[in-house]
Ligand binder design. Structure first.
Ligand code: AMP
Ligand code: ZN
Length: 462
């Protein structure tokens, strides 16, 4: 079955066909780096990683771009409120740039722990100020902007289809917000460039044709996706919260500047809920991946948990569900580990798996195929080879896992100790002979700082 994906813009599942023969352009809104990512944010990146892996499974090469929002923008949708980066700087005594570097590194650590594939491009907003200024200049030349005392704004009244992605009720929004519009003409208008206040001592500010200041929240994604992909590319992703504001505004800017709606498919990951409430960065307490790791949870168990829910459904987090995911993952690892090498993937199971993932990334049903395989009467070697066939999509890294072994036979342990002694005596030939004997008993031997480790090897059937 050919790949079909849900497009938020058209509110429909439709066949995916790349716009260009040389690969698929995929842009994902990245982290704001004034704090750690929480596991809700990470659910969205796991969804995007699965999307990329499914595209690759279908033979497409993917150019994956993720931005880092390191400008100290005003994260409130209303373009006001405190600047989180500058606030963090005052709190910690570090510079705003140091804070951004620190949280970017922390984010990438989480990214790798979840076995997420590295994007082709990570692009930082602060390194693309010139592109953002020139984008705003074009919008100005085309008559889509106006000036207020605090910045340059996008005039959403100039676009008939503004907010179509979210099916926004503009009249209703306007009526509801009439009181606190300030100098904005419409409730939906948004800042493209904000002026630094004369009395403020901002660390992140730049000169521009309109005065010293900093870019608004949305312009970086329109400007950087155009630079690294093109003004019209295949798929744009983010969390569901981006539909009404951030992505609606990205589309508005790009439509005004380039005449395209930016991406052929708009795809959104639904939220991870904690105690049925939205997990948010500004909400104070939130769970980090490191919090899970400190509680003894394998990060890949969290990845497995995310596979159990479709990306267009909200997922309620619970420690019980996480623990069940960890148990399921461990069972898969054991089965994989004990199965002999040398089998061939089962075509019927591969086909069923491909059908599920190609139907708008139905990973929960793909996992059901995994368990049907495991419980089937296929030979163990075939199961292992088929799991290898699923791995490029699931990314559970089954092959990297080794059981923790405490019950190594005394005879093997004693040989390893003798070898250790021989090495200390520089009797290399003796040590080599002992290693060969240990290996013939089904154990690999790794030298470790504190001595050695014995690792049982899977059985190989020729
Ligand atoms: P941020 O760093 O706040 O810009 O968010 C990074 C990504 O996480 C964005 O794509 C958000 O839409 C997404 N996101 C935020 N909160 C959640 C949540 N609770 N569950 C899933 N995704 C989220
Ligand atoms: Zn964005």
């Amino acid at each position: 079955m050919a790949l079909e994906l849900y497009d938020t813009f058209q509110r429909a599942i439709r066949p995916f066909t790349p716009l260009r023969p040389d690969g698929v352009g995929l842009y994902c809104c990245g982290p704001t780096v004034y704090d750690y990512a929480h596991i809700g944010n990470l659910r969205t990146y796991i969804f995007e990683d699965l999307l990329r892996r499914v595209l690759q499974f279908n033979g497409y090469s993917v150019r994956h771009v993720v931005n880092i929002t390191d400008v100290g923008h005003l994260v409130s949708d209303a373009d006001d409120g405190e600047d989180k980066m500058e606030k963090g700087s005052r709190r910690t005594g570090q510079s705003a740039y140091e804070i951004a570097d620190y949280y970017t590194a922390a984010f990438k650590t989480d990214f790798r722990a979840l076995n997420l594939l590295e994007p082709a491009v990570w692009c930082r907003a602060t390194e693309h100020i010139a592109e953002q200024i020139s984008f705003i200049q074009t919008l100005e030349q085309k008559g889509f902007t106006y000036r207020t005392d605090d910045g340059i704004y996008f005039d959403t009244a100039k676009q008939e289809r503004y907010g179509y992605l979210a099916r926004l009720n503009r009249a209703g929004l306007q009526a509801g917000k009439r009181v606190d519009l300030g100098q904005k003409r419409q409730a939906t208008d948004f800042a493209l460039w904000k002026f630094s206040l004369p009395e403020s001592q901002r660390q992140m500010e730049w000169g521009s044709p309109w005065g010293t200041g900093f870019p608004g929240w949305h312009i970086e994604c329109s400007a950087m996706s155009a630079r690294y992909l093109s003004p019209w590319f295949d798929i744009h992703c983010g969390g569901e919260d981006h539909i009404p504001v951030h992505h609606s505004n990205e589309i508005a800017q790009t439509e005004a500047c380039h005449g395209t709606r930016l991406a052929n498919f708009w795809m959104h990951g639904y939220f991870l809920q904690l105690d049925a409430a939205k997990m948010s960065k500004s909400g104070g307490d939130f769970l980090r991946l490191q919090t899970l790791i400190d509680s003894g949870v394998d990060p890949l168990a969290y990845r497995y948990l995310c596979l159990t829910a479709h990306y267009r459904r909200q997922l309620n987090f619970s420690w019980e569900a996480l623990s069940a995911a960890g148990t399921a993952l461990d069972r898969l690892r054991e089965i994989y580990w004990h199965a002999p090498l040398g089998g061939r993937a089962d075509e019927a199971f591969m086909k069923r798996f491909a059908e599920e993932i190609n139907h708008d990334l139905n990973l929960p049903r793909a996992l059901a195929v995994v368990w049907a395989l495991v419980k089937s009467d296929r030979p163990e070697a075939v199961k292992r080879a088929t799991l290898d066939g699923f791995e490029p999509v699931l990314g559970l890294n089954l092959a990297a896992w080794k059981p923790e072994v405490s019950d190594i036979p005394d005879a093997v342990r004693s040989l390893a100790e003798q070898r250790q002694q021989a090495r200390m005596n520089r009797q290399w030939a003796v040590a080599d002979t002992l290693r060969t004997r240990i290996e013939s008993m089904g154990y690999a031997l790794e030298d470790a700082q504190d001595g050695f480790r014995l690792i049982p090897q899977p059985v190989v059937i020729d």
